[in-house]
Design a protein around this ligand. Structure first.
Ligand SMILES: [Zn+2]
Length: 695
């Protein structure tokens, strides 16, 4: 077991405990991380596979408020569901902790204090967004507004989900409180900032020069673009009562920013594990010979490639990640997975409907893994991959081999005669597969590794189809024994090689072949497939045959499609109901207030889409006074061609503001129809001229 003495600390993104987990999480993070961890353990590596629940931050407090319970109630509920899902799907974390655990509060608190004492933070009193109505500072998910980088209009206070950029809440254009809907004011408060700008040279050296070749291009490209844009200090504390108190004087009522404390959760979870196992945790985080790997989804790249490494570097005692193999997103039936819209396949629900078929989902998610671009999960594809790959190729091979072994030899592996050229070719091919599959896994190409695995099963089927033991049994008993012997060697190799990819199936297959489980002494190892001449010796008796996979019927798939249809209908009904709500009248104003507004009739004379935005059009409008540029968020309702020549109502004396670098001088008045499509508020009579005052 010592062919690879390397030490690995493998972390998987801490799931956020405001809901259960779905197939997108499994495909993007947990299945690839588990394949990698299982594979390295099979190579004899010293592996700490670490995860836990992320239980702090604003969304949990918002959900608790909505449901009239405490944040602790929310995290207790979802921590239990999430943990169970991971166990059910065979995700082999060595430790699964919680960021509400004392060991984590202590570890995160110490980590902050250490950096604080070293003078690694900037202390600054400045103005932060404040909701006077709710009597609360606004950061993170408490506030939404337009992303200063890409123009996405529903960016959060700490990050834009559209372009992935992280920013400070005060950078948002048109911020709006998520609690009351109010426009926030600015109020002074003291915070501690991580001066990311001071790490610019470090990032250039470490990422741009150092990881150009070995990091995935999607990860490297994102990091490079942020570093090239120039990094800015980021607040690592918050005015909030749910989280880890900031452990310095003068910080009463403040907690650590959830993205400061959460990645430290990997460290505290490692400590918890080490204490239980009687190990020293420090080499897993501080020894240069340890490979630290973070498995995450693309929305977490900024935190794992920039912010956390800056913290580790700033602290000074820690190693940096060797790789951050982030995946893109998985969609469901062509639409973005959404917890709030219930557009998802929930893991706990999947198992109710497809009991004991965890490996089918693992297989399909790996086959469609969003490794280099967003990918799609469809139920039809799920059925096809099960029926025509798992059942027809892998399952069929094992079934034929084991059934025939019982039928011809009473379940005893027959002794072979001399091997012919084809037999030798097949036996050599078996020996080559561990390296081929392993090399793909080591390069984080899990789809490719699974394709190779299935190629070995295909090879077995072809061998049987060519040699036809069911025919030769009547004409050449000795040749039949040789063929069945070779086929049983393939089955044995598959039992071992399937362990990282299809762990439940691997256990079943080992039972059928009466092989010891992988953790038993003398069990066959990954490397044995290449080095041993005989995997399953003649004379060995196998157990009863049993089917590895079963066919999935159209009716089962239809039930899932109907469920999604129902979600879609419910979402549409909800959206329609929301649109039907009549907003209450605003506060009274006097006539003077009204006359301050200078509204004119204008005509749109030019229009073009703003690049890299979904919603914005850049318009040239003849206001009668002048021809000016107005940026308008109407691109989802109108093409540029549709609006050219339209006569519109324009608020002309709105102070100019820059949207993505384009100065907008005024606003076009709009309303919305029942479906949410925007409609111009128009002077609906001929002969009205541009420049006419609306009063
Ligand atoms: Zn953005």
């Amino acid at each position: 077991m010592s062919q690879n003495p390397q030490r690995y600390t493998i972390t998987a993104a801490l799931p956020y405990t405001n809901g259960p987990i779905h197939i997108g999480h499994l495909a993007g993070v947990y299945v690839p991380a588990d394949i990698y961890a299982r594979y390295q353990r099979m190579q004899g590596a010293d592996v700490a596979f670490i995860c836990g629940s992320d239980e702090h931050g604003v969304p949990i407090t918002i959900k608790a408020k909505k449901e009239g319970v405490t944040p602790q109630d929310i995290v207790d509920k979802y921590n239990a569901i999430i943990k169970k899902s991971f166990e059910d799907f065979g995700i082999t974390f060595d430790n699964y902790s919680r960021t509400s655990a004392k060991i984590h509060h202590d570890t995160a608190s110490e980590f902050f204090k250490n950096m604080y004492d070293q003078g690694k933070f900037i202390e600054e009193t400045n103005e932060q967004l404040y909701d006077a109505e709710a009597n609360q500072f606004l950061a993170d998910r408490f506030v939404t507004g337009t992303c200063p980088k890409c123009g996405f209009e529903e960016a959060y206070g700490d990050q834009c989900e559209s372009c992935g950029t992280s920013h400070n809440a005060t950078d948002l254009i048109n911020p709006k409180s998520a609690i009351t809907g109010a426009v926030p004011t600015l109020k002074e408060t003291k915070h501690w900032f991580l001066p990311l700008d001071q790490y610019n040279d470090f990032f250039k050296e470490w990422i741009i020069k150092g990881h150009k070749k070995d990091w995935k291009t999607n990860v490297y490209g994102q990091c490079k673009s942020w570093i090239d844009d120039g990094l800015r200090p980021r607040a690592v504390t918050r005015d909030l009562d749910w989280g880890i108190p900031v452990p310095v004087e003068g910080a009463e009522g403040k907690v650590l920013y959830v993205w400061f404390d959460a990645p430290i959760g990997y460290i505290s979870s490692t400590k918890e594990w080490a204490a239980r196992e009687g190990k020293d945790w420090e080499p897993y985080w501080k020894d240069e010979n340890t490979k630290l790997l973070h498995f995450i989804g693309k929305d977490n790249i900024v935190f794992h490639c920039l912010i956390f490494p800056a913290m580790l570097k700033g602290h000074g005692e820690y190693i940096l990640p060797d790789n951050v193999p982030a995946n893109e997103f998985l969609n469901l039936e062509g639409r973005k997975l959404s917890t709030s819209k219930n557009w998802a396949v929930w893991l706990h629900e999947y198992l109710e409907e497809f009991p004991d078929q965890q490996d089918v989902l693992r297989y399909v998610l790996t086959a469609n893994a969003p490794e280099s671009k967003d990918n799609d999960f469809t139920w039809k594809d799920f059925q096809t991959r099960n029926n025509s790959e798992l059942v027809a190729i892998f399952g069929n091979l094992i079934n034929r081999v084991t059934v025939l072994t019982h039928k011809y030899y009473g379940g005893v592996v027959p002794a072979p005669e001399a091997f012919n050229e084809l037999d030798k070719e097949v036996l050599d091919a078996i020996k080559a597969y561990p390296a081929v599959i392993g090399s793909s896994i080591e390069k984080y190409r899990f789809r490719e590794s699974q394709t190779e695995f299935m190629n070995l099963a295909r090879l077995g089927n072809k061998y049987l189809a060519d040699e036809e033991p069911w025919k030769t049994i009547k004409t050449d008993e000795e040749r039949t024994k040789t063929v069945m012997y070779v086929a049983l060697q393939i089955a044995t190799a598959l039992a071992i090689l399937s362990e990282p990819l299809l762990p439940h199936t691997s256990v079943t297959l080992k039972n059928i072949l009466d092989l010891p489980a992988s953790d038993v002494e003398n069990a066959l190892q990954w490397s044995d497939i290449t080095s041993k001449e005989v995997l399953l010796p003649a004379g060995h008796t196998i157990n009863e045959s049993q089917l590895l996979f079963s066919k999935i019927e159209d009716s089962q798939i239809q039930i899932q499609l109907d469920k999604l249809e129902a979600s879609k209908a419910a979402n549409e009904a909800e959206a329609a109901a929301e649109n039907a709500v009549v907003e209450p009248q605003k506060e009274l104003i006097n006539f003077d207030d009204f006359t301050k507004l200078d509204m004119r009739v204008g005509t749109i004379i030019e229009a073009e889409k703003m690049k890299k935005t979904k919603k914005l059009l850049i318009l040239k409008v003849d206001t009668g006074i002048d021809v000016r540029t107005i940026v308008s968020g109407i691109a989802e309702s109108f093409t540029p061609e549709e609006v050219i020549g339209k006569q519109v109502t324009v608020l002309v004396n709105l102070a100019p503001r820059a949207l993505r670098g384009v100065e907008s001088e005024g606003m076009i008045l709009m309303t919305e129809d029942a479906s949410g499509k925007l409609v111009f508020v128009n002077p609906d009579t001929d002969g009205v001229s541009n420049g006419n005052i609306i009063s």
